[in-house]
Every structure is written in C-alpha cells, then in structure tokens.
Ligand binder design. Sequence first.
Ligand code: NAP
Ligand code: GCO
Length: 267
Amino acid sequence: MNVMDSFSLKGKVALVTGGAYGIGFAMAEALAQAGAKIAFNCRSEENMKKAMEAYKSKDIEARGYICDVTDETAVKTMISSIEKEIGVVDILVNNAGIIKRIPMCEMSVEDFKQVIDIDLTAPFIMAKAVLPGMIKKGHGKIINVCSMMSELGRETVSAYAAAKGGLKMLTKNICAEYGEYNIQCNGIGPGYIATPQTAPLRELQEDGERHPFDKFIISKTPAGKWGASEDLAGPTVFLASDASNFVNGHILYVDGGILAYIGKQPS
Ligand code: NAP
Ligand code: GCO
C-alpha cells in the first residue's frame, strides 16, 4: 500500500467534541478533508447555528449535536444518535475544554471542580461511551487534546494544569487497557494557539502595546509566534489514521518548540 493511502479517513466516522469553533473546528475540518464523516457537539443552539454555517461554507457535511460533555446521560444519547444517523464512531477527538485563570488561593472549589469536570472527567465519559463500539469493530482512535500544562505549571491555572496533566495519564491508561483491541489513544498538546480561549492573553493594551503575556509567549516560542488552529490539522489526521496504528499512549506536542526552549535571552 502506498504510504499516503494510510492517511486516508475515507469511510470513517469522526466525533469532535467542542467542534463548533476554535481548535475543534480546525481539527474537524482536517478530518473531513481526509475523508471522514464529521459529527460534533456544542452546548448552545446559537453556537450550533453558527457552526453549521461555518461547516457549510467549507463544503463539509457535518452533523451537530447539542450535548454537554459532562452529562453522561446526554453523551450516551448523542452516541446512540450518531450510531443511528451516521455510523459507529471510529475516531473520537476529546477537544471540548475550558480554562479558569484564578490564583489558586482565590479559586473556589466549585470553579476547580468545573474545570476538572469538563477537561478531565468528560474525556473519560466520552471514551467510555465510544470504546464498546470500537472494540466491536476491531479498531478505534481516541485523541485527547492535552496542553503545555500537561507538562508545565504557571500562575493562575492550577485546575487546568491538574486536569490536563490528568488527561495525559488518562491517555496513557486507555492505551494500556485497550491497545489489545487495536485501539490507539494518543494526545495532541497544542502550544499557545490564537483562539477565543487565549484571546484575553493577546489583548492590546490601552497604550497600543502588545499584552505582556503575548510578548512572553513570543519569547518562549522558537518560531517567535503564536500557533494557529490550522497548525493542528496534519498532526490530527496522522493520529486519526492508519499511519499511526503503532503509535499509542503518545502525547504529540504541536507547540512550535516551546517545551524544548529556555526562552529568548534578553537583548
Ligand atoms: P475555545 O475556543 O474556548 O473552544 C472550546 C470549545 O469547547 C467550544 O466549542 C465549547 O463549546 C466547547 N465546550 C466547552 N465546555 C463544554 C461542555 N461542557 N460541553 C460541550 N462542549 C464544551 O477553546 P480552544 O482554544 O479551541 O481549545 C480547545 C481545546 O484545546 C481545549 O481543550 C483547550 O484546553 C485545548 N488547548 C487550547 C490551547 C490554546 O492555546 N488555545 C492550547 C492547548 C490546548 P460551547 O460553545 O458549547 O461552549
Ligand atoms: C494559559 C493558556 C494555556 C493554553 C494552552 C497551552 O492561560 O496559559 O490558556 O493554558 O490554553 O493550554 O498549551
């Protein structure tokens, strides 16, 4: 078989959580371009409407489902609907996620738990819901969207780092427990990507200067720039395809080299 054929997702069903916009939308677009049938979810009719228009504008026949990924009953209903309307899920991308930037000693337990619920417990719920179908089919791909914070901490993101660190280990454990069924579970760890989630970190200051954090990330990234959601397209297709059938339990960092770099020396 020609190696390029191994990247084809023709005939595969891919579910991207939080695929209405941001990184999730870009990942879903890449999977569609590789031939997959796309299902995605979000939490509001308003975002669903905008997302369907966005997918249509890209000539992608995506099916959207309103579903909060923390609600196990709603997730089971969504998976059952996808299986009836499109087919058994071959590829799950656990992308849906939030962040709360609050100094730990000021963070409520409720806020901490909400981040853990969406960023760690929900990928567990989603994986549990699709694994039986993958085992029955004899193959499956789970891609968990991790983070720089799967490896590093920073001020104000204690809940997020705890969740994304846990998601890295959940990824390795799904690999360990289900690899024998020809199911590969890997992570993608985006660096700092320009999306709505990071918009507050890139806001121009009143004096027109770039945000201090924006300048910091540029100094910490060898490429000297933020990533774009599209930078995740190729890595996503690789981990979703037969090209990665012997890659399992791996976190593929798509960070422009942040994790390899001490940071630009002050001039
Ligand atoms: P974003 O623009 O804020 O989008 C987050 C997505 O998650 C939205 O589609 C949102 O849908 C969905 N979502 C949130 N909570 C949900 C819930 N309970 N149920 C269902 N959907 C839910 O974020 P992003 O920057 O694209 O990030 C996407 C993923 O990449 C996240 O896991 C994030 O942690 C991770 N990440 C981001 C970066 C970055 O620099 N941007 C870097 C590394 C990792 P609704 O509209 O329905 O809320
Ligand atoms: C933050 C950012 C990061 C990115 C991403 C980095 O506040 O530090 O939001 O957490 O979202 O996770 O990989």
